[in-house]
Design a protein around this ligand. Sequence first.
Ligand code: SF4
Length: 348
Amino acid sequence: MPSSIQRKRVLSGMRSTGKLHLGNYVGALQNWVRMQDQFECFFFIADWHALTTDYADTSKVKENSLEVLLDFLAAGLDPERCTMFIQSHVPQHAELYLLFSMITPLGWLERVPTYKEQRENITEKDLGTYGFLGYPVLQAADILIYKGDFVPVGEDQVPHVELTREIARRFNMFYGKKTPVLPEPQPLLTPAAKLPGTDGRKMSKSYGNTIMLTDPEPVLRQKLKTMVTDPARIRRSDPGNPDVCPVGDLHKIFSSKETMAKVNEGCRSAGIGCIECKGWVADALVQVLQPMQDRRKKYEDNPQLAWDILEAGSAAAGKVADATMKDVRASMGMSLEYEPPGKSDSAK
Ligand code: SF4
């Protein structure tokens, strides 16, 4: 394995929303597990980001963070090969966020596509807050405080990385004219597999259509039994099309070539029934989820072990964050060290 000095640095996080589902795994976690040896990875649990929408009731935030960590570990993230930490345990993120908030024009935030979208869609909460508008600034701080080279994202999140790059550029323009202080990270596109929930819409906790990484086999099989299929297959004798069936989408991600061939042939010729087909996808999912659940059990039985991993990771992340903050403060002429009057060396 190349040393961390040679490896590029990757930074990514997940909000502390509690137990994770298959969509979180396919959309991010699976990719993170693969990246552990290729990059120097920092993966964090974004508990402050959870507050941008769930500020009114914080009673579950800490518990949810631990659940996310258990799923990180279950999925195969290894504390020996990556740094896992919790955002609020590295308060330097907040300091950089504050400094960035001084230089970020309001218009940049108002035009972030997800800002408008969520303001319109999430009507049960008041999102007219400073924190919600500013969450991309916090994201920029999360990334730039580690001087990350890459940020793994889906296509829809590329504008967030672009905003981070703009903030870094603006910071460097003001305070890093001689030597840029903050590198501009690149998005690392995660191949987007279509992962439908049991109702055929995008898998999401808010739709109540999830398959959780922790679902025991009987629960998983029951959820799949009720999953929607190609509407053309009303009777057993009606042929269908796996390309328009959400169960077909799951097969494409999780089933072997042989099974996929049986699905294609059997569905299109009405040679198989949907119940049989769903049983095959359940078999494939059990193969993926069971090892995760076995790994998770060790930490469920002793959550302190998991918490220790978070604390060690947060301390390691804190050291990197500290070094960046020293550079940041110095570049702004605001270092914490004593300097004789008139000797302050700002980059200006
Ligand atoms: S046989 Fe399988 S792929 Fe075809 S409609 Fe039924 S569940 Fe979907």
